[in-house]
Design a protein around this ligand. Structure first.
Ligand SMILES: *Cc1c(COP(=O)(O)O)cnc(C)c1O
Length: 458
């Protein structure tokens, strides 16, 4: 008999979960105006709102918390982190920051100016925000297949090189401070980028004398997909693939809350001494001294260990297989999901699941609320609420897709939880015809309304 797959870790510390009845949850979600962000976490049974900063740390990471050196300057924990980054990524200089968007703030303060353009695969929203904030433009050059959920492509995060070259020719080298590759590509559903595509992008960039930077929040999951799906690298270790991914890249920045396996943190890493010095001035005004940049010593120590654990094959294999297990289970219940599933999340197609609810009544939010009432499972709407209004007309922008995202925290939930999530959605699907109407908006903020919006049942 083949032994079943089990995770490469076991439980040492537990966190309580509180159970309430469906009726109690229905009353609570109404009380908080049907906004899932307004729930106190002890009212949630399985929390799939995000995989960012929600993972569980290992005993070695907790040991590093005790060893944290909180010296203002020259902390040993900083040097531990620097050694990890050098060993894994082969970058000499390290600027820690309190999280990913702080790295973007510092890096883009140094290199992005008014009128610039930054082409790349679909930019993450904070990346785009930090580019646009500087009156520059983020241009999406992701391959078309990324936006076709019906077709299979092993690397939907890839850059379309023709599109990229036409952007370079149109704007010229002087207006392009760098080309941005995000691995995995969060915005198109955590889809990976192939090594062949990374290499071709770097070659094209070199031809025009433009550097390539990488947004590496989920670089380890990307390396895992390269090993599994790109034949040329099937015998390479994850560590070797990671080095190959970064070989021709000038600068990387990371939200460590993802593949860093920590709850908070980020950094910029590079080999260019001159640029590092320039970044330092912004680190000092925005984050803190160069050897902590907004992180505590203990947090840097935990990250130094988390980076090493994050590229272990057995861990990555368990992580990605867990996401795929949930996808398969949902498919057996005929729950419509986006495919192929990426590394960290599953996206449910609310238009297909609640076809009788018009998009103007926020079907993905409705599905999220019903999933919460049914089983206390919390996801997040990626639909009309998130798309917000047209700044000119003030009317809702209706995006092509109405999705409910289920992001899976790292090393937190078991296979039982995956079965529980799938059963919850199956029950919602079974009574979907009785879900008669969605929501209208009672109150909304001027921008980023989804965080605080108040809704009312129609
Ligand atoms: C999360 C994320 C960021 C922003 O990082 P924070 O730590 O949330 O500030 C940037 N880029 C990508 C690809 C991300 O996933």
């Amino acid at each position: 008999m083949n032994l079943p797959h089990i995770p490469p870790y076991k439980t040492k510390v537990v966190e309580p979960v509180y159970f309430r009845t469906k009726a109690e949850r229905a009353a609570k979600i109404k009380e908080v105006n049907y906004n899932l962000f307004n729930l106190h976490s002890d009212w949630v049974i399985v929390d799939l709102m995000t995989d960012s900063g929600t993972g569980a740390m290992s005993e070695q990471q907790w040991a590093e918390i005790m060893l944290g050196d909180e010296s203002y300057a020259g902390s040993e924990s900083y040097f531990k982190l620097k050694r990890s980054v050098k060993d894994i990524m082969d970058f000499e200089y390290l600027a820690p920051t309190h999280q990913g968007r702080a790295a973007e703030n510092i890096l883009f303060s140094a290199v992005v100016k008014d009128g610039d353009v930054v082409p790349g695969n679909a930019h993450f929203d904070t990346t785009k925000g930090h580019i646009e904030f500087r009156k520059a433009e983020a241009i999406d050059c992701t391959i078309d297949a990324a936006f076709d959920t019906g077709t299979y492509h092993p690397f939907k995060g890839n850059i379309n090189l023709d599109k990229l070259e036409s952007v370079i020719l149109k704007y010229g080298k002087d207006r392009i401070p760098f080309i941005n590759i995000t691995v995995t590509c969060n915005t198109v559903g955590g889809q990976p980028v192939s090594l062949a595509n990374i290499k071709s992008t770097c070659q094209l960039a070199q031809k025009y004398g433009i550097p390539v930077y990488m947004d590496i929040a989920r670089y380890a999951e990307n390396a895992y997909f390269i090993k599994i799906r790109e034949a040329a690298y099937k015998d390479w270790t994850i560590a070797e693939i990671v080095k190959e991914m970064f070989k021709e890249v000038a600068v990387v920045w990371m939200s460590s809350k993802k593949d860093g396996l920590v709850n908070i943190g980020g950094f910029i890493a590079l080999n260019d001494a001159e640029l590092y010095e320039k970044l330092g001035q912004f680190t000092i005004i925005y984050e803190g001294f160069l050897t902590y940049g907004g992180m505590s010593g203990r947090a840097m120590g935990a990250l130094a260990v988390g980076l090493r654990e994050g590229i272990e094959f057995d861990y990555l294999n368990d992580r990605v297989k867990q996401v795929q297990y949930l996808a398969e289970k949902l498919k057996t219940y005929n729950i419509p999901i986006q495919e192929p599933v990426g590394g960290h999340a599953i996206y449910i197609d609310a238009k297909k699941m609640l076809p009788h609810i018009p998009q103007t009544e926020y079907p993905a939010q409705l599905l999220g609320v019903e999933m919460y009432i049914e089983g206390g499972v919390r996801g997040v709407e990626i639909g009309t609420l998130l798309a917000d209004r047209d700044p000119l007309t003030g009317k809702d922008r209706l995006p092509e897709m109405e999705l409910l995202r289920l992001a899976i925290p790292r090393r937190v939930y078991s296979r039982n939880h995956m079965d529980y999530i799938a059963a919850t959605l199956a029950n919602v699907a079974a009574r979907s015809k009785d879900i008669k109407a969605g929501f209208t908006i009672k109150k909304q903020a001027a921008i980023l309304r989804h965080f605080t919006v108040e809704l009312e049942k129609i």
